[in-house]
Design a protein around this ligand. Structure first.
Ligand SMILES: [Zn+2]
Ligand SMILES: [Zn+2]
Length: 390
């Protein structure tokens, strides 16, 4: 074990307490006032120059040392989810219906532990930018910070981020070069027909039958239009129409989640889905209104930065605890937007597998971040910063 990891294990208790304090006080997207103030105060206390209020409740802590010209960005997310916690743990959420069910409390605490270590003992030369973002869970907090001039004010030669992952052995570091997480688009479709009596369908134009046909037709997009060797998901997660057995409703709505790991596949999905819905609607003589809301981009880890991150991981925990090229994930992550602007790499740290408590999936009301990862994640950030800023 590296001496750096040993050093961070020695002071892990204070950061476990901090992590649990954040867990007890979860805040939803763009409402992370207490959390971001806590983070900003800590960073200032350790000598970082802090800009608060970047992208709403986001902040950046900067530490410049020596005369090195390289500039590094490390990102953690701070927001919680609208889930009612059922863990029954002593540090369970004290806000009903709000919970750190994705471990962003742990991500924040890991980066803070690294921040303190680097301020006290860091041997580096260059500019360290610690980016604490709001609203990762669908709110696009990364984009908001970028719209507020994140990379103009704090230019970075590379950016890195980390997420915990249940189902992977605790502390295992999983990296991947290339497309690692999916784009995620949200589509809302409203079909409008002519309502009428269920006994006289010929006097109505039924949006229910059109909706049913569209749901089935959409299944052919992935199976018939997308290269079988490419990943694509088209899920109709909601279908709403009608209230009574003898009434043909006026309208029906569908809500879709559309995902891809490739920009061209993503564009083709949009083209085919729109065309299919339009043609199907026309064939049933109903009006279709399609509201296509682009969500997070495909997250692409760049080759050089991923190779560098792998070296850091191997140096820290050894090859028996590192997966050099893990599988891609169909979930999405708004760090993808930062990677569209700046090269970098995103990795997973195992939260626990098998029957262990850490194996409970994120976004489940029984989930909790595994505190055994605090020193590992912090040591990874500290080592990465010292190896990058030379
Ligand atoms: Zn999440
Ligand atoms: Zn998350």
């Amino acid at each position: 074990m590296s001496s750096l990891l040993e050093a961070l294990k020695q002071k892990a208790d204070a950061f476990v307490d901090l992590r649990r304090d954040i867990h007890r006080h979860p805040e939803l997207a763009f409402d992370e006032h207490r959390t971001s103030a806590l983070v900003a105060d800590k960073l200032e206390g350790w000598g970082y120059a802090v800009e608060r209020g970047l992208g709403g409740t986001g902040l950046v802590g900067q530490l410049v040392r020596g005369d090195g010209s390289r500039r590094l960005g490390l990102r953690a997310d701070m927001d919680a989810l609208p889930i009612h916690e059922t863990t029954g743990l002593p540090h369970a959420s004290c806000h009903a219906g709000v919970m750190h069910a994705c471990g962003h409390d742990g991500h924040t605490a890991m980066l803070l532990a690294a921040a303190q270590h680097l301020a006290e003992h860091g041997r580096f030369s260059g500019t360290l930018n610690l980016i604490f973002q709001p609203a990762e869970e669908g709110g696009g907090g990364a984009l908001r910070m970028m719209d507020d001039g994140l990379f103009e004010k704090y230019p970075c030669d590379a950016v890195f981020a980390m997420h915990n992952m249940p189902g992977i052995a605790q502390g295992r570091l999983v990296l991947r070069e290339g497309a690692a997480m999916a784009s995620s688009d949200y589509v809302s479709v409203t079909l409008t027909g002519v309502g009428g009596h269920g006994a006289m369908p010929h006097r109505a134009t039924d949006p229910v039958v059109a909706a049913a046909s569209i749901v089935m037709a959409l299944q052919t997009v992935v199976s018939r239009n997308i290269d079988p060797l490419q990943m694509a998901v088209v899920t109709v997660g909601a279908l709403h129409a009608g209230k009574a057995n003898n009434v043909i409703p006026q309208s029906a709505t569908l809500e879709l989640s559309v995902r891809a790991l490739d920009r061209e596949v993503r564009a083709k999905l949009e083209r085919r889905i729109k065309a299919l819905i339009a043609a199907q609607a026309e064939s049933f003589e109903v009006q279709a209104q399609i509201d296509w809301r682009p969500g997070y981009a495909v997250l692409v880890n760049t080759p050089d930065e991923t190779a560098f991150a792998r070296e850091v991981a191997l140096e820290l925990v050894g090859d028996e605890s590192v997966t050099l090229q893990g599988p891609a994930v169909t979930g999405s992550e708004d760090f993808a937007f930062m990677l569209e602007r700046v090269p970098g790499s995103y990795l997973f740290i195992g939260n626990g597998d098998g029957d262990s408590a850490g194996a409970c999936m994120v976004h489940n009301p029984g989930y909790d971040f595994n505190d055994a990862n605090l020193p590992i994640g912090a040591a990874y950030w500290a080592l990465l910063a010292q190896r990058f800023l030379v």
